[in-house]
Design a protein around this ligand. Structure first.
Ligand SMILES: [Zn+2]
Length: 340
């Protein structure tokens, strides 16, 4: 059965279009309010856990489903590190997602589609003499990445970037690939690649703003940029200076007026965090424990963090509505934390 399935993000895109129609067909002037759930870092295949990451992941998905009482969750954006060792466990992640979210007896408009971005653990790293010389996304591209999301608009961005286009909601969800190197310390092989990715997104965003100044952008990136409280305190697990500067200069500084959320992940030992940036005037979120092993926190890699760590398994649900006809994070009730 699995062999005949569409790719994971293709199925999510098919369902999200049905939901977009449901949110916009009421005949009212504006689309309905909706929310998006952000999560990441499931790390299926991580060993030594007291409970398996896939069972924690399933529990968290079920919690998300049960929180959807008003049916207003548009989709889940999973920011990567679905697996701990890339290709080995990707099929397990997909099967778990499919079984939990895509019940065949549920109407599409009542399902919650999940888009999966790429994290550093989703790559197979190719090493020569201990140095990473290249990385391989073949399994991810074969099973997850939807071809139609690479060419979502004319002047579409870099082929590594998937974009979920939602014209009726005046929204683009950008799945930015920051997973090339562990800890955001990209190898020399990636410098030009990331720069090209950023430049092309800049060009594409400029183009889209010319099409309609109502379009808003959500950017999901596995590794956080060095911004505010999501990007301080541990520089080895954020985008390094060079990449963070590229992102700030070509994306944030130029396009912040049309951006409403940057969601990021990867920093397992930080609690779910919202950072509203006073200069850019939009929200950055960090959510980095969508099922990963409890030994990551409080274990050998960071013995201090368990006591600070209130939500070991969590997702963040961000609530959006249309303020003066423009999509924005709900100013009254911006977000909820969904935790086990
Ligand atoms: Zn990571």
């Amino acid at each position: 059965m699995a062999a005949t399935r569409p790719k994971l993000n293709s199925e999510a895109y098919r369902i999200v279009k049905v939901k977009e129609d449901a949110f916009t067909k009421s005949g009212t002037v504006l689309p309905s309010n909706f929310s998006i759930v952000y999560m990441g870092d499931t790390h299926i295949g991580m060993s030594g856990c007291s409970q398996s990451p896939e069972s924690k992941y399933e529990q968290l998905l079920k919690k998300i489903i049960s929180s959807n009482t008003n049916g207003d969750i548009l989709c889940i954006v999973h920011g990567g590190d679905a697996t701990d060792h890339g290709i080995d466990n990707l099929q397990i992640f997909i099967d778990k997602t499919w079984k939990t979210l895509y019940d065949p007896y549920t109407n599409d408009k009542d399902k919650i589609p999940l888009f999966l971005n790429t994290g550093n653990h989703d790559f197979k790293l190719i090493k020569v003499n201990g140095q990473v010389t290249n990385y391989d996304l073949t399994a991810f591209n074969n099973l997850v990445a939807a071809d139609e999301l690479f060419k979502s608009d004319p002047s579409a961005p870099h082929p590594d970037v998937q974009v979920v286009p939602l014209n009726k909601l005046y929204l683009r969800i950008v799945l930015l690939n920051t997973g090339y190197g562990n800890r955001g310390s990209f190898g020399s092989v990636d410098i030009g690649k990331f720069e090209k990715e950023i430049k092309e997104i800049d060009k594409w965003m400029t183009y889209l703003q010319g099409v309609s100044n109502k379009i808003r952008f959500i950017v999901d990136m596995h590794i956080p940029p060095q911004i505010g409280t999501i990007g301080n305190g541990n520089p080895s697990h954020v985008l390094n200076n060079q990449y963070s500067t590229l992102f700030s200069k070509d994306i944030l500084d130029k396009h912040y007026r049309s951006m409403i959320t940057v969601s990021s992940h990867h920093r397992h030992c930080k609690p779910p965090t919202r950072y509203y940036d006073p200069h850019y005037k939009f929200d950055f979120f960090l959510t980095a424990a969508g099922g990963n092993c409890d030994t990551v926190c409080g274990g050998k890699c960071n013995p201090k963090c368990s006591s600070q760590y209130k939500y070991p398994y969590h997702a963040i649900r961000v609530n959006y509505n249309y303020v003066k006809n423009i999509l924005a994070v709900d100013p009254i009730h911006p977000y909820d934390i969904i935790s086990l």
